[in-house]
Design a protein around this ligand. Structure first.
Ligand SMILES: [Zn+2]
Length: 117
């Protein structure tokens, strides 16, 4: 396999990961909006209303997942940029080559095992 084919492989993998992350962010975003809308219909006194409390908790959970997905998306986009400028596969911290096994498992990772630890 040529290195060009290899890089194509990385690109399509990252592309698929990005598409999945975008779908997840969109779905979490509409879930979040739904919760916010629902909470407008009930009392928002979190301290004393058990239902309001549950909604606040749900909203926090979804917001946390959404944040996580956005961070992931940013990491994938960073990896795609590195593919384009030819620095993909090199640790952004120490410049060492990241092992192929690690890139297979974590295609968007910016760092080698040593720097990630
Ligand atoms: Zn490193």
């Amino acid at each position: 396999m040529t290195s060009y084919a290899r890089s194509d492989d990385r690109r399509s993998k990252l592309h698929a990961l990005r598409a999945a992350a975008v779908r997840r962010a969109t779905s979490l975003g509409s879930t979040f909006d739904g919760i916010v809308e629902a909470s407008n219909d009930v009392a928002t006194d979190d301290e004393h209303d058990p239902e309001g409390h549950t909604i606040a908790w749900e909203r926090q959970q979804v917001a946390a997942l959404l944040d996580e997905t956005r961070v992931r998306l940013a990491a994938i986009e960073g990896a795609e940029r590195r593919l384009l400028d030819g620095t993909y596969g090199r640790c952004t911290d120490c410049g060492a080559e990241i092992s192929a096994q690690r890139l297979d498992a974590l295609p968007a990772t910016p760092t080698c095992v040593a720097c990630a630890g």
